[in-house]
Design a protein around this ligand. Structure first.
Ligand code: SF4
Ligand code: SF4
Length: 138
């Protein structure tokens, strides 16, 4: 009997207390700023140094460079940049080593899809994933 009363009092307290659940996905979840979400890539900043691909523990970054259109310019510019989110573990190492912050983490996390093929994200997609970039990386 005492147990029942305790249980009921807890239920009543929770019923009138502050809600801890959200109506996801109708209500977006705001992740804390240190959250490691899907990367944003800025091709303008990339110097094709390959450090991100080299440090990636799952080898899910695939990139290629090309000669700049302007013959006066030296070095390379980025041609393709893909991340395979089937195996990316969002460990943040690629963004840590990038010397120009061409690749940065965001707080976005929604990648659910009916096809594995959709988990391959190219340069255009990563560039357009430009919302909720982590504040410390602005
Ligand atoms: S977050 Fe980690 S696993 Fe994902 S691409 Fe960057 S280094 Fe690779
Ligand atoms: S580490 Fe940064 S600058 Fe170097 S290839 Fe990767 S994204 Fe480009």
């Amino acid at each position: 009997m005492l147990g029942l009363a305790k249980g009921l009092s807890y239920t009543l307290k929770t019923l009138v207390g502050k809600k801890v659940t959200l109506k996801y996905p109708d209500e977006p979840i705001i992740m804390p700023d240190r959250f490691r979400g899907i990367q944003h890539f800025d091709p303008e900043k990339c110097i094709v140094c390959n450090q991100c691909a080299r440090i990636c523990p799952t080898q899910c970054i695939d990139l290629t460079g090309k000669k700049p259109d302007d013959p006066e310019k030296k070095g390379k510019v980025i041609n393709t940049y893909d991340i395979n989110f089937e195996i990316c573990i969002l460990c943040d190492l690629c963004t840590e080593v990038c010397p120009t912050e061409a690749i940065v983490m965001t707080n976005n996390f929604e990648l659910a899809s009916f096809s594995r093929d959709e988990l391959f994200k190219d340069m255009k997609w990563l560039h357009e994933n430009n919302t909720n970039v982590r504040k410390e990386q602005h």
